[in-house]
Design a protein around this ligand. Structure first.
Ligand code: ATP
Ligand code: MG
Length: 582
């Protein structure tokens, strides 16, 4: 591709709304352009990279025998009503109507569509197991679209679904997918961790998220420094210390003027925050978004409430809860802003973190302005309607697997594998007959990869202050030839010669033959992140060029023939014999 012909407009300035490197660089390099909030188009370079990531995904899915199909992005409301998700999905589901007022949605994911497809043509155990996948545009009307391709409202996802006769067969499909994901993210050049995302009713670990490590990622992961345990912050289990055998002291109400925060009361009473109880107050909503109840949640003073664990404990959807209007909740339940404790509350659900049960002589609000209790003990002084783990696993906590030390890191969730079990097949009646003609629900797994988010994750991990540094496997082009002065005949002729030779060898090559200032061209070459650069300048008359890899500082002055040879061997080695756009 000749840059003089390419429809491309790189930018010097950082776009207004962009704060993370991948968003800034993908826009500045003109790989993506915004159409509306969270909606992006892919320009020539960006689209090539997107397709390369798709191709890596496709090859690894095909390699495990998954079959590619392509369903519509538009799905009828009836399917979603059948599974119960038409309501449960909330405002993120992008709903549309046709001219006859029939409801549809733009698929945010396709469990319903695939379950429907399979229930209609699968009847015997002989047909199982199999898996289907598609690479397709998904829609989620995210509350806060941000960070460019990372959290957009329209994005490309690979979604796969496995259909199995029993849990053992599902385990096999799950493991195959897990291994395919390891290959995919490794081929994309990502540094990632597979983290446990759920340990639900099915038992064992039934979901893993693949998280590309990055400071700007929105996932917090907790990992053990002694064993291979890693889990998302949202789901990480906590193990409580054994119950304390300290003597219970008499409950005492003390004056604590103006101490509305845990820090303030701990300071005032000379306590450690771990000896206090923190209160968090919430209201819950019904389907019409009306308040239908109040929740008071209690955790140790230095801890945070894990909202996923809390909604699971309450058995309500994530969007049906928010911080309470304290004034209203005070009137209804007897809490007092800044001085709420688990005693004297009424007409609300009290959720107590399991750890508090075993702790003795704690300090908590007295539900009275400027007062706290000290020496409060579970069982004697207060109880919970629900007592379970609702806390976030902190750095320094014990590993739930081996007891080692937990650390935190940030990352970008690029994929997830999930054992669905029979959740959808039961709700939607997807059955098969066994050898004895007995009917069973099909066991299912679902497996997603955010293809466009992966593209952003690669840029987050591989860039410098000048631009992107694409790994060869997903680079839009492999080599860029910069002709410093295209009007100089020797330079122009040598540039053309190298261009032809590289293309003939199957190397995807850009020729910067634009009549631009050299500085502009060098900046663009760096910004675009093309893995290898050959600069044809003053030495052209003697057949000498400059050869440089984007990821290395080192430049070499060598003959054009050597440069061509080096480039071909570098690209072929990196691709391990795989070329996509031949
Ligand atoms: P998140 O927690 O980030 O909202 P999710 O867990 O809801 O994501 P899944 O339903 O597991 O997402 O979707 C599969 C994959 O699709 C995710 O692992 C992620 O890579 C990608 N993805 C999800 N939402 C978005 C989005 N808004 N923009 C881009 N990619 C997304
Ligand atoms: Mg997910």
């Amino acid at each position: 591709m000749r840059l003089s012909k390419l429809h491309m407009r790189t930018l010097k300035e950082v776009p207004n709304d962009a704060v993370v490197p991948s968003h800034i660089l993908l826009v500045r390099a003109d790989m993506i352009r915004q159409g509306a909030s969270g909606i992006y188009g892919f320009m020539h370079m960006g689209y090539r990279t997107l397709r390369k990531i798709e191709q890596i995904v496709r090859e690894e899915m095909d390699a495990i025998g998954s079959q590619e199909i392509h369903m519509s992005a538009v799905s009828p409301a009836e399917l979603w009503q059948e599974s119960g998700r038409w309501n449960a999905y909330g405002p993120e589901l992008w709903r549309i109507k046709d001219r006859n007022d029939r409801d549809f949605c733009l698929g945010p994911t396709h469990e319903e569509v695939f379950t429907d497809l399979v229930r209609n043509d699968t009847s015997s155990y002989r047909q199982l197991p199999f898996s289907l996948y598609q690479i397709q545009t998904k829609y989620r009307d995210e509350a806060r679209p941000r960070f460019g391709l990372m959290r957009s409202r329209e994005f490309v996802m690979k979604d796969a679904y496995s259909f199995n006769a029993d849990p053992e067969s599902l385990d096999e499909s799950y493991n195959e997918m897990y291994e395919a994901y390891e290959k995919i993210f490794t081929r994309c050049g990502l540094e990632y961790r597979a983290v446990e995302a759920d340990t639900g009713a099915i038992g064992g670990s039934n979901s893993h998220e693949f998280t590309a490590l990055s400071e700007v990622g929105e996932s917090e992961i907790a990992y053990c420094t002694s064993c291979d345990y890693a889990a998302t912050d949202e789901r990480a289990e906590c193990v409580d210390d054994p119950a304390s055998d300290e003597e219970m002291k008499p409950l005492e109400k003390v004056l604590t003027p103006g101490t509305k925060t845990i820090e303030a009361v701990a300071d005032y009473l000379g306590l450690d925050k771990t000896q206090t109880i923190k209160a968090l107050l919430f209201e819950t909503y019904d389907n019409d978004e009306k308040v239908n109840g109040y929740v008071a949640a209690f955790v140790r003073g230095d801890r945070d409430v894990n909202m996923i664990k809390l909604v699971n404990a309450l058995n309500i959807p994530e969007f049906a809860i928010a911080f309470a209007d304290e004034e209203k909740m005070s009137k209804a339940c007897g809490c007092v802003g800044g001085f709420t404790g688990p005693m004297h509350l009424h007409d609300c659900t009290v959720v107590v973190d399991s750890e508090l049960k075993g702790m003795k002589n704690l300090c908590a609000g007295a539900c009275e302005t400027d007062h706290h209790y000290i020496n409060m003990n579970y069982g004697r002084d207060y109880e919970g309607d629900i007592v379970t783990d609702i806390k976030v696993l902190k750095e320094g906590d014990k590993c739930p697997k081996c007891g080692g030390m937990i650390k935190h890191a940030r990352g970008i969730e690029v994929g997830q594998v999930f054992k669905l079990g029979t959740k959808y097949s039961e709700a939607m009646n997807a059955l098969y007959k066994d050898e004895q003609q007995k009917e069973h629900a099909i066991w299912m797994g679902c497996y997603g990869i955010g293809v466009s988010r992966t593209m952003a994750a690669v840029v987050e991990q591989m860039h410098d202050e000048n631009g992107i540094i694409w790994p060869v496997s997903v680079a839009p082009y492999h080599v860029i030839i910069t002709v410093v002065k295209p009007k100089d005949e020797a330079q122009s002729a040598l540039g053309e010669k190298i261009y032809e030779e590289l293309q003939a060898a199957g190397i995807e090559t850009l020729l910067d033959d634009r009549n631009e200032r050299p500085g502009v061209k060098f900046n663009d070459a760096e910004l675009l992140g093309i893995p290898a650069a050959i600069t044809v300048g003053r030495g052209a008359a003697d057949g000498i060029v400059e050869y440089k890899l984007r990821r290395e500082e080192n430049k070499e002055e060598i003959t054009a023939e050597e440069a061509v040879k080096k480039a071909i061997s570098f690209i072929k080695t990196e691709l391990d014999g795989r070329c996509f756009f031949k």
